[in-house]
Structures are given as C-alpha cells and as structure tokens.
Design a binder for this molecule. Structure first.
Ligand code: GLA
Length: 351
C-alpha cells in the first residue's frame, strides 16, 4: 500500500520499501526497564514504508492514516505530530539528508501494540539501506530506535518493543533478558491461539504516567540496594525496609512479574496451556492491584474473556488503555470469539 501512496504522492517509484511488524506482549509488563525477562510476540499487523533520498534538507512524509503531506526540517525537534517517529529515525541516520517517505500502518495507534517502535525500526533500516550504509544487527537497530524514543520523542521506554519488532517475524515470540539483551526465539504451539482485542480506550505513554511508574521503580530499587528492581528477591518485599506503600506495591508487581515470565516460559516448554493462562490472569491482577495501570473497562474485558472460556487473558503493553490479549484453545477459537464479542460491547477484534 505504501508503494502506491508513494507513487501517487511523489510521481515515481521509491528507492527502498519494507515492512515491520507490531508486537503483542504475552507476559512481562513494565519490567523491561527493571532488568526483568519479557515474552513478546510479533503480530501479523505492521507498518509498510517506502523511502527515496532527495537533494534537499526536508523530509516530505505522507501517511495512509493521516491527511496531507508533513514537511519537516531534519533539524526539527519532536512536536507531538504523527511524523515525529519517522523524522527522528531519518535524522538519526543522516542529519541533513532530505527524503520522500510514505507510511501505511495496519497497527492501530495508541493501542499498546508498538506502532511507534515499528515505524522507527522500519525507518532506520530502510534509510540505512537507501544510503548504502552498513547493515546493523537487530539488536543495534533496536537500541538506536529506543534512544530515538528516549531522547527525541521523550518517552523513557525500555527496549522490549524495539527488540521484538526488529528481531521477530509474525507469529514468533521471544524470551528476552532485558539486562543482557540475550534472547531465545520461541515457537508457539499450534493449538494455542492468542487473540488481540482493542478496549476502545486510547492511551498515550507521553502523558507522564509511564515515566512516573519508572521513577517509582528506580526509587524502590535504590532502597532495596539493587541496580534494577527485578534483581531483588521476592523475600525483599517481606523484610523490614523503608519503602513507601506505593513503592512496595510497584516493587511487588515488578519482582513477581519477572518470576511469572520465567514460569510462563517453562509452561510453554511443557506445552502447559492452562499453566500459561493462569500466569496471564495473575499478571493482569498484579497490573491492576499493584502497578495500577489498568482501567475498569479493561479489567471487565479481561474478566469477560475468561468467563467466556479463554484459558488466560490480560492487558498488554504500557497500560492505561489499549488492548487485551486472550489465550484460547485453537479448537474453540470461533465459539469463544462469538461469545466474547456478544458480551464485550466496546471491544474491537484486532487479530
Ligand atoms: C511500552 C514500552 C515498553 C514496555 C511496555 C510495558 O510498550 O515502550 O518498553 O515498558 O510499555 O511493558
């Protein structure tokens, strides 16, 4: 699609084009900046992009999802526009190179499915290819995309999303150690089906609540005497320390979530569907009760999903809105979906 849009807008074929997936995080939320393990999976939805370098210092960017052509100076700062993510990536690759660019995303924005990571990872890869720069590894691309998000956009996110979208193909999952960035690719058993629904609640990670959670976790880690919160043992929560109530709650989520991810990987290895599902449900409860990042509408969707027969369900992504992911036995997928969508009025099927 972006090829056609590019051709229609700029009157010629692009020099390079490519596709980058979004991701759904199956378990391990808000622990990628706490040194925890996470288990994201790449989606069949993604961002299609086409680029041509031009002799100018402006980026002219068109998107199938937004009106008009964004014309941006490569030296501009981010300004809360949809074109910020691609601009940040293009400027990182070459600070004065102009571009024609077209984007078409099948990932809904602000839904917790990493549309922004897919844009920056895709733009970094393609711009480097167009300028004949040496190919970077998936990890190098992910770290560069994370630094764009941290320093150009201003969201202090971890590296899970960028690692997932840069290293995985649709349907593949990874166990990622966010301290070493070592990862193991994981095949999802064929009879397991992860279904993503949008709650209808839009979310923004740049509104300060993400940064606040992160700051509280760092304060708790310091008081517990560890560099990163997930390095603390669960017993650290029970012994006498000077954590505030909020710090104790946030730490309880991070430390137990890390343990759940390790247990979820073991459940996957043993093809223990109900064990994995139970951990998803516990993860959601921890995000709701201790990390306080869910919303009543999302809590209700998760409950309804399980009542309708999902083996597990939880909110996915940064929180405060966005999507839920349900684990369903593939044989019962259609009947579960029918029951769930009848009862869950605001929920929209994503994939
Ligand atoms: C967002 C961030 C990630 C991660 C998740 C929560 O998606 O970009 O780094 O922290 O939230 O798990």
């Amino acid at each position: 699609m972006s090829l056609k849009l590019f051709q229609e807008t700029f009157g010629e074929a692009p020099a390079v084009s490519g596709w980058t997936p979004g991701r759904v995080n199956l378990i391990g939320e808000h622990i990628d900046y706490n040194g925890g393990a996470v288990l994201p999976m790449a989606l069949p939805l993604g961002v299609d992009m086409a680029l041509t370098p031009i002799e100018d210092d402006l980026a002219q960017i068109v998107s199938a999802q937004f009106e008009g052509v964004a014309v941006r100076q490569l030296s501009e700062t981010a300004s809360h526009q949809w074109s910020d993510y691609i601009l940040g990536a293009l400027a990182q690759v070459s600070p004065a190179q102009g571009w024609h660019a077209a984007i078409d995303s099948s990932i809904p924005f602000g839904s917790g499915l990493s549309s922004s990571a897919a844009v920056s990872v895709g733009a970094l890869r393609l711009a480097r290819e167009a300028l004949h720069l040496p190919k970077l590894s998936a990890k190098e691309i992910a770290l560069t995309a994370q630094s764009i998000e941290n320093n150009f956009i201003g969201v202090p996110c971890g590296v899970m999303d960028q690692m997932a979208v840069s290293a995985l193909a649709p349907g593949e999952a990874m166990l990622l150690d966010t301290q070493t960035l070592a990862f193991e690719q994981i095949a999802i058993p064929e009879d397991w089906c992860f279904v993503v629904h949008h709650s209808g609640v839009h979310r923004e990670l740049s509104d300060g609540r993400y940064a606040e959670r992160r700051a509280t976790c760092f304060a708790a880690a310091e008081k517990l005497g560890v560099n990163l919160l997930c390095q603390a043992p669960i017993s650290a929560l029970e012994i006498e320390n000077n954590l505030t109530d909020i710090e104790r709650q946030r730490a309880a989520h991070a430390i137990t979530e890390h343990a759940r991810v390790i247990a979820a990987k073991a459940a996957l290895d043993q093809r223990n569907l109900s064990g994995f599902g139970k951990l998803m449900i516990e993860s959601h409860a921890s995000m709701r009760d201790d990390f306080d990042i869910t919303t009543p509408a999302i809590d209700q969707l998760v409950d309804v999903s399980v009542e309708c027969g999902a083996i597990g369900a939880r909110m996915t992504g940064g929180g405060f809105g966005g999507c839920i992911v349900s684990l369903v036995d593939a044989g019962h997928k259609e009947s579960w979906r029918k029951r769930f969508e009848e009862r869950a009025a605001g929920a929209k099927f994503i994939c």
